[in-house]
Design a protein around this ligand. Structure first.
Ligand code: ACO
Length: 382
């Protein structure tokens, strides 16, 4: 195989078709089932967008009410899942905690299904499993943050919408509508992004006819990496290192001299800016006003202007979402789990799509190891 045939990192490879989302870097647009993500973020609750991703259409009031009624039964964590989390070290990364909790939910749900063939599930079973994880993940994330802070867990509240309940379970206070709105927008923006690394991981696992929970556990592992979802956490580490806007220039001089990647900038697909950033930046601006933190805007804008000016590499969604989650009060290690709570919708929509039109995903490789050789003295029997 000629070297030119090799697409390192699968860059530029179109691996399959999808009807779930369309990323267009030329027009800087992102559509979920045809709707611009900005419009969805401005008008929809996150669970209606989840419905859209799973079913292809926005829900009617009745459909959304039915989904909410079904989802509420999954909000409270099963005792076995809490036990699985409680047995982990307090200082383990919350992405590891989340991965373990989802694995436990899967093991409990699939218990009694004797054979690997029986675990695959029908479309309806897998829709229910998707809703189960969607509803349970906020409880896992909130439980984890409070556990790390040595605080008692807070039970979900049936009457609260998705975002208000998430914030309630994490902080134990009725959230302000400004914060709920910014949080809801961030969830919608993070929900789906075609064949990104974690979604593709979920599709690869699904393509072997493995079960939905296994695919999600694999996707969580892929998202943890700082080149992907881990970047929102890493942005805050950078902000903490820099400290204030007047330190941006010397900090960036050092970082670029030592060839560091600046987290929250750059994208494999978008080369002229990430379509989701303006909406998330507007949400960050409302939070900066709400919490009266002009210093955050100063640092954010100064680093962006300096880095874009020097490298021509633009911010991605993780750049505004990191400081936004920080202002809301989430601890830094919780940022990537928030991404999981949002992206579970896109992952599971892709798992359903992959199952509906499956082909085992199995690319080829070009070999560049040693030529054929033999063990000294070995003689074949025949
Ligand atoms: N900081 C410094 N240099 C960068 C950055 C960055 N954030 N991003 C790209 N570059 C440079 C690379 O060093 C490389 O330079 P070179 O050609 O001189 O070696 C060039 O730009 C191309 O970069 P690649 O990493 O090869 O491009 P790729 O398309 O593979 O990278 C990626 C995309 C991995 C996201 C990259 O931009 C990156 O590492 N960014 C930081 C991590 C990050 O923010 N990830 C979040 C992704 S979006 C999301 O998950 C919501």
């Amino acid at each position: 195989m000629a070297d030119t045939d090799i697409k390192k990192g699968l860059a530029g490879v179109v691996a399959d078709v999808t009807a779930i989302s369309k990323v267009n870097p030329d027009t800087n647009s992102l559509l979920y089932r045809g709707y611009p993500v900005q419009e969805l973020a401005a008008t929809q609750p996150f669970d209606a967008v989840a419905y859209l991703l799973w079913h292809g259409e926005l829900p009617t009031d009745e459909q959304l009410a039915a989904q909410r009624a079904e989802g509420r039964q999954y909000r409270a964590l099963a005792p076995e899942v809490k036990t699985a989390i409680d047995q982990l070290p307090l200082d383990c990364h919350p992405m590891d905690e989340l991965r373990t909790a989802v694995s436990a939910i899967g093991a409990i749900d699939l218990a009694g299904k004797g054979s690997v063939l029986d675990a695959v599930g029908t479309v309806e079973e897998n829709r229910a499993r998707s809703l189960h994880l969607f509803a349970a993940l906020p409880s896992i994330v909130a439980y984890g943050q409070r556990r790390r802070q040595h605080l008692e867990p807070i039970a979900p509240r049936e009457e609260l919408d998705y975002s208000s309940n998430f914030l309630w379970m994490t902080f134990g206070e009725e959230p302000d509508p400004v914060v709920v709105d910014a949080f809801n927008r961030s969830m919608i923006l993070y929900a789906e992004h075609s064949f990104n690394a974690s979604t593709f991981t979920a599709r690869v696992i699904t393509s072997t006819l493995s079960d939905l929970y296994s695919a999600v556990v694999g996707a969580i592992g892929a998202l943890k990496g700082p080149l992907h979802g881990g970047a929102n956490e890493a942005v805050l580490h950078i902000f903490d290192e820099i400290g204030s806007a007047d330190n941006v220039v010397p900090w960036l001089d050092d970082a670029l001299a030592s060839k560091r990647k600046i987290m929250g900038f750059g994208h494999r697909v978008y080369k002229r800016g990430d379509s989701r950033v303006p909406t998330m930046k507007a949400a960050l601006d409302t939070l900066i006003d709400f919490y009266d933190r002009p210093d955050v805007l100063d640092l954010y804008s100064t680093l962006e202007a300096e880095f874009v000016g020097r490298k021509g590499i633009y911010p991605n969604l993780d750049y505004p979402s990191g400081p936004a989650y920080n202002l809301m009060g989430f601890d830094t290690l919780t940022f990537t789990p928030l991404f999981v709570a949002a992206r579970i919708t896109g992952w599971t929509a892709h798992i359903l799509e992959q199952q509906a039109s499956n082909a085992l995903i199995r690319p080829l490789s070009a070999y560049d190891g040693p030529d054929e050789r033999h063990i000294n003295g070995y003689r074949p029997d025949t």
